[in-house]
Design a protein around this ligand. Structure first.
Ligand code: HEC
Ligand code: HEC
Ligand code: HEC
Ligand code: HEC
Length: 235
C-alpha cells in the first residue's frame, strides 16, 4: 500500500511539473499590491499598474509600460574577448555603452537597480491618485542594499544582455528560429526581443518569465541540471 501511495505522489509531482508554465503572478514576488502578501509591497490593491497601463504608456511600443526608466547609459554590461556576438547593431563584437533606451532589460532595471523607487509609476492607480507608498524598501522606495534582487548599476559580472544574437556567429550557441532560441534540451523556445541592437536581442526576459513564478526565480524553464543554460549553449 505504501508503495502505491509513493507512486501516486510521484505521478502528481510530475503532473505539477508539466503544468509548471501556468502559475500566476498573483501572490508572487512580482505581486507588489497591498494584498500580495510580499515583504516589498505598495499601498494600492492593483498589481499590473506597477509595470503596465492601458492608456498613455511611456513607451509607444511594447509592452504598454507604466514606468519612467532610468537612463541606459547609467549601466555597465558584461563583454569579453571570447564573446562573438556584441553590442553594436548587427551583432558584431564590441564593448557595451550601457542599455539602449528600448531594452526590455532596462525595464527590469527600473526596479532592480536599487536606485529607482519601485512605486514610481507614470499613471497612478485609481485608489492611490496621490502616489504609491512602498514598504520593505528604503525610505525613497528603492530596493534595500540587502535584497539579492538589488543588482545595482554595474552588470559587468552578470550574464550579457541587450546584445543582438546572430545565427551561426558562435557555433556553440543554439540556432535561431525566428526570434527564439532552442536546443533539444528544452521544450519551449526562449524568446529574443526587439531593441536598437537588432531584432534578436537577448534580454533578461529571455531567461526570466516576469509573470510566472513556477520555476523560481521567475525562470523560463527549470535550472535543475542546468536545463536553462543548455537551452541555448551547446555544451
Ligand atoms: C514587475 C513588472 C510587471 C508586472 C507587475 C506585470 N508585468 Fe506584464 N510585462 C512585464 C515586462 C517586463 C514585459 C515584457 C517582457 C516579457 O514579455 O517577458 C511584460 C509583458 C506583458 C505582456 C506581453 C507579453 C506577454 O507575456 O503576453 C502582457 C500581455 C502583460 N505583460 C500583461 C500583464 C498583466 C495583465 C499584468 C497584471 C496581472 C502584468 N503584466 C504584470 C512586466 C510586468
Ligand atoms: C537565451 C539563451 C541563453 C541562455 C538561456 C543562456 N545563455 Fe549564456 N550566452 C548566450 C549567448 C547568445 C551568449 C553570447 C555568446 C557569444 O557571443 O559568443 C552567452 C554568453 C555566455 C557566457 C560568456 C561567453 C563569453 O565568450 O564571454 C557564459 C559563460 C554563459 N553565457 C553562460 C551561461 C550559463 C551558465 C547559463 C545558465 C545559467 C546561460 N549562459 C544561459 C545565450 C544564453
Ligand atoms: C515594478 C518593479 C519591478 C520590475 C519592473 C521588475 N521587478 Fe523583479 N522584483 C521586484 C521586486 C520588488 C522583487 C522582490 C525583491 C525582494 O524581495 O527583495 C523582485 C524579484 C525578482 C526576482 C527574484 C525572485 C525570487 O523568487 O527570488 C527576479 C528573478 C526578478 N525579480 C526578475 C525580474 C526581471 C527579469 C524583470 C524584467 C523582465 C523584473 N524582475 C522587473 C520588482 C520588479
Ligand atoms: C542567461 C540567463 C539569465 C539572464 C540573461 C538573466 N538572468 Fe537573472 N537569473 C538567472 C538564473 C539562472 C538565476 C538563478 C540563479 C541562482 O539561483 O543561483 C537568476 C537570478 C536572478 C535574480 C535573483 C537574485 C539572485 O541573484 O539570485 C534576479 C533579481 C535576477 N536574476 C534578475 C535579472 C535581471 C534584472 C536580468 C537582466 C539584467 C537578468 N536577471 C538576466 C538567469 C538569467
Amino acid at each position: 500500500m505504501k508503495k502505491v501511495l509513493a507512486v501516486v505522489a510521484v505521478a502528481s509531482l510530475m503532473a505539477a511539473a508539466t503544468v509548471a508554465g501556468a502559475a500566476s503572478i498573483k501572490n508572487s514576488k512580482h505581486d507588489l499590491s497591498s494584498t500580495g502578501g510580499q515583504t516589498v509591497r505598495g499601498d494600492t490593491n492593483q498589481l499590473c499598474v506597477f509595470c503596465h497601463t492601458p492608456h498613455n504608456a511611456v513607451q509607444n511600443g511594447y509592452p504598454l509600460w507604466n514606468r519612467s526608466n532610468p537612463a541606459g547609459s547609467a549601466f555597465k554590461l558584461y563583454s569579453s574577448s571570447g564573446m562573438q556576438n556584441g553590442y553594436t547593431a548587427g551583432g558584431n563584437a564590441g564593448a557595451s555603452t550601457g542599455f539602449t533606451a528600448d531594452s526590455v532589460s532596462l525595464y527590469c532595471m527600473s526596479c532592480h537597480d536599487g536606485v529607482t523607487s519601485v512605486g514610481a509609476v507614470y499613471n497612478k492607480p485609481a485608489d492611490k491618485l496621490s502616489g504609491i507608498t512602498m514598504q520593505g524598501t528604503k525610505a525613497d522606495g528603492s530596493l534595500l542594499g540587502t535584497s539579492t534582487a538589488n543588482l545595482g548599476t554595474d552588470l559587468q559580472n552578470d550574464h550579457p544582455v541587450n546584445f543582438n544574437v546572430t545565427s551561426n556567429l558562435d557555433p556553440a550557441i543554439a540556432p535561431l528560429s525566428g526570434a527564439t532560441m532552442k536546443t533539444s534540451d528544452i521544450t519551449n523556445a526562449l524568446p529574443l526581443f526587439k531593441s536598437a541592437r537588432g531584432n534578436t536581442s537577448l534580454e533578461c526576459a529571455s531567461c526570466h518569465a516576469v509573470h510566472d513564478p513556477a520555476n523560481v526565480p521567475f525562470l523560463r524553464t527549470t535550472i535543475e541540471g542546468s536545463k536553462l543554460c543548455l537551452g541555448c549553449h551547446i555544451k
